[in-house]
Ligand binder design. Structure first.
Ligand code: NAD
Length: 290
């Protein structure tokens, strides 16, 4: 068997188009504005900012990068967030991670006004996911759900296995699947330590993996015909010493067993920024009650 590719690019383009139309329908002085807050100059965070700025511009969302120095205090970071919370021209706020090690990112994210928390990372928005409300759910979790939808799988009663239980991917994805009456098994490091990972992954008609360990899921661990969504993004060196991006699933093996599979890169990745823009539009609607 050779699986069909489940690509994020075309879905991301459709979402961006929908956001662009919604933005264009608003009077110019009422359009969304997204502010990304960055402490220091981490290359990863800067790369995200560049990608977000370009995508925002494409759909007509104003984007500003608020840069604070590497040695900014936790208090000053919190102060900056409060200032943005109070600014009525700012409709979305995102903290770019990673932050310098002396800062507590979780606490800073917690200060973001839930109605402006377009990354869906504070407790109020994670709580909304428990209630099945996806409007401001974490972007990566929504990306996974878009790919599940594109796969055409009927989730009701389906055996789904989620490997990884992080706050921004594994846990919200498990809850969003439950919301659609799937039967959900969540695996994590404890499952591997108990030697039970393969026993569970093999039962999944839908297998989602968000761990950060390249090659964790081999072809033999996948149920034949399953749909596989690989969220992992790991930089590794190839045989010639060049850096490349791989997922958590051994793609060459999985593609022979699965019915549909996301490529890495090109699966979940391209969707995340598009969803951030959609969340920014949703935030504006929630703030204005429209
Ligand atoms: P995390 O580091 O917060 O959590 C990792 C999870 O994997 C935990 O639940 C842990 O228990 C589990 N785990 C670790 N080792 C394991 C093992 N040997 N067996 C089973 N489970 C194990 O992870 P995260 O923030 O959800 O990120 C996971 C991966 O997804 C990373 O590669 C990250 O780069 C990627 N990611 C991609 C996107 C995207 O837009 N494509 C977004 C977010 C994260």
């Amino acid at each position: 068997m050779s699986a069909t590719l489940l690509e994020g690019g075309p879905i991301a383009e459709r979402i961006k188009q929908e956001v662009a139309e919604a933005v264009a329908a608003l009077p110019e002085d009422q359009r969304p504005k997204l502010v990304a807050v960055m402490a220091g100059d981490n290359p990863g965070a800067r790369a995200y900012a560049k990608m977000q700025a370009k995508a925002a511009q494409e759909v007509g969302i104003a984007y500003e990068l608020a840069e604070l120095p590497e040695d900014v205090t936790q208090g000053d970071m919190v102060g900056k967030i409060i200032e943005l919370n109070r600014d009525p021209s700012v409709t979305g706020i995102i903290l770019l991670v990673p932050v310098p090690p002396h800062l507590n990112a979780r606490h800073i994210q917690q200060v973001i006004d839930p109605l402006k928390d377009v990354d869906g990372v504070n407790a109020a928005n994670l709580g909304n996911v428990v209630r099945g409300n996806m409007e401001m759910a974490p972007c990566t979790a929504q990306s996974v759900m878009e790919l599940v939808k594109a796969s055409g799988l009927k989730l009701r009663g389906l055996e789904c296995v989620m490997v990884g239980h992080s706050e921004i991917v594994g846990k919200p994805v498990a809850l969003l699947l439950l919301e659609q009456f799937a039967t959900v098994t969540v695996c994590h490091i404890g499952t591997s330590e108990a030697g039970m990972l393969e026993a569970h992954t093999k039962t999944g008609d839908l297998l989602i993996v968000a761990v950060g360990v390249p090659g964790l899921i081999k072809g033999s661990m996948i149920k034949p015909g399953a749909v596989v969504i690989d969220v992992g993004m790991n930089r590794v060196k190839d045989a010639e010493g060049k850096t490349k991006m791989v997922g958590d699933v051994v793609f060459e093996e999985a593609v022979e067993v699965a019915s549909q599979i996301t490529p890495v890169p090109g699966g979940v990745g391209p969707l995340t920024t598009a969803i951030l823009l959609r969340n920014t539009m949703n935030a504006l609607r929630l703030q204005k009650g429209i």
